[in-house]
Design a binder for this molecule. Structure first.
Ligand code: PMP
Length: 414
């Protein structure tokens, strides 16, 4: 496969970084844990764990409503967190909406943008490699509006067929929603090109950044994305928090998502007026703790440097790919030229779940199954894959042990 190997070694101080993640010391069935399920959720560094405790011991209070000390402190930290996240994405704070995660961010856009702009006969474009979270909300919208869902096809390597995509963009297209990095194939899609082609026809683009934000530096201005979303829990922060970036010009045009406190200006029984964005999209008490802690997690990864993270993870990908390619009967699913740090594979005649269970017995956590991309499994005509997904705290030694354990598992199952 076409992944260029880089020469750089020891890009990050692995020994010290691993000490930041207490869970990595866990023993599983008598073996040290090897955590290769980072695409499902990442582990949390001590700084994040400390920030959770600090929030509840020093700050806990509701935001935007109180006049007392703690409420002001919580509000300041919450809005500072929004600024940190905005700066990280090169966005303005009012363009950052706190959500429960990527799934809710996509549902928000499908609901609000759909309500304002999508009508009968319009088209929404997604791709063949989308997570169910970036398929089903659009399907539901299309059903409501009698609109049509179009799917950008992929080649066997797991890359978008860009010529087909170009042809699909039409005056009927209302929005393009594609993943930045595929959670099953690892493909890094040509986001700037996808966006530029759509913008040539005045079509906005949403990027699902769930698998990109933990690994790549994201500049929404440079990308010129209209909407961008990601989940805190995959980005070294807690569950239950996510980000929707929306260009100001879009967010100001969208109707509210849910009704309730925070999102209103004034309520009477005759008529309610709504707050400006982003609060207009944040009905009810938000996940204050996780919002603040997400900013801490981002500060943590920025200290290591996303470029260093990407470089180390690329080394892991190249190393593991080479080792896995040596295993007879193993087929890597997703061999795009531009790939993030995960490998999906199938082994002739063996069900992925059986491999996953035998790896677990040896202390190794991988994901098996369809990875919430059933249409992709249908495309490859397989029931599922085994997926090993790496984070910057993973090591070459762990890959060596994993390959040995995998060979042992295959030997037992053949
Ligand atoms: N999109 C992609 C590409 C993902 O990998 C995931 C999580 N597996 C999601 C969306 C959904 O994210 P969440 O469950 O955190 O909302």
């Amino acid at each position: 496969m076409g992944i260029p190997a880089t020469k750089a070694k020891n890009i990050i101080d692995l020994e010290s970084i691993r000490k930041d993640f207490p869970i990595l010391q866990t023993m599983v069935h008598g073996q040290p844990l090897i955590y290769f399920d980072n695409a499902a959720t990442s582990q949390k560094p001590e700084e994040v764990l400390k920030a959770i405790r600090e929030y509840y011991t020093e700050t806990n209070s509701n935001v935007h409503r109180g006049i007392h000390y703690l409420s002001n402190k919580a509000t300041t930290q919450f809005e500072e967190a929004r600024k940190t996240i905005a700066a990280h994405l090169n966005a303005a704070p009012e363009e950052i909406v706190f959500t429960r995660g990527t799934t809710e961010a996509i549902n928000l856009v499908a609901s609000c943008y759909g309500e304002a702009f999508v009508k009968k006969g319009d088209e929404i474009i997604v791709s063949a490699m989308e997570h169910h979270s970036n398929i089903v909300p659009w399907q539901m919208l299309c059903e409501r509006r009698k609109a049509v869902l179009k799917v950008i096809p992929i080649n066997r390597e797991g890359e978008l067929k860009m010529e087909e995509y170009k042809k699909m963009l039409s005056p009927k297209t209302r929005l393009v929603a594609v993943t930045h990095v595929s959670n099953t194939l690892g493909t890094i899609n040509p986001a700037e090109e996808i966006i530029a082609l759509a913008h040539d026809k005045d079509i906005p683009v949403l990027l699902d950044g769930a698998q990109a934000a933990p690994h790549l530096s994201i500049d929404v201005k440079k990308l010129d994305a209209d909407f961008y979303c990601f989940s805190g829990h995959k980005t070294y922060a807690p569950t239950g928090i996510g980000i929707l970036y929306g260009k100001k010009e879009w967010l100001t045009q969208l109707p509210p998502y849910q009704g309730g406190g925070e999102m209103i200006k004034e309520v009477t029984f005759e008529k309610t007026t709504y707050n400006e964005s982003p609060l207009r999209f944040e009905a009810g008490t938000p996940n204050i703790e996780a919002s603040i802690v997400l900013a801490q997690a981002i500060n943590y990864i920025n200290k290591i440097g996303l470029e260093n993270i990407a470089a180390h993870e690329h080394e892991l990908l190249v190393y593991a790919t080479g080792k896995l390619q040596e295993i007879k009967g193993l087929q890597i699913i997703g061999t795009a030229k531009n790939k993030g740090s995960l490998i999906s594979f199938a082994v002739d005649g063996i069900h992925p779940t059986d491999i996953g269970m035998l790896l677990d017995q040896q202390g190794i956590a991988v994901r098996t199954g369809h990875h919430c991309t059933q249409p992709l499994m249908n495309f490859y005509r397989i029931p599922g894959t085994v997926r090993a997904s790496f984070a910057f705290y993973n090591t070459f030694g762990e890959i060596d042990f994993f390959v040995k354990a995998l060979n042992k598992a295959i030997g037992m199952l053949k």
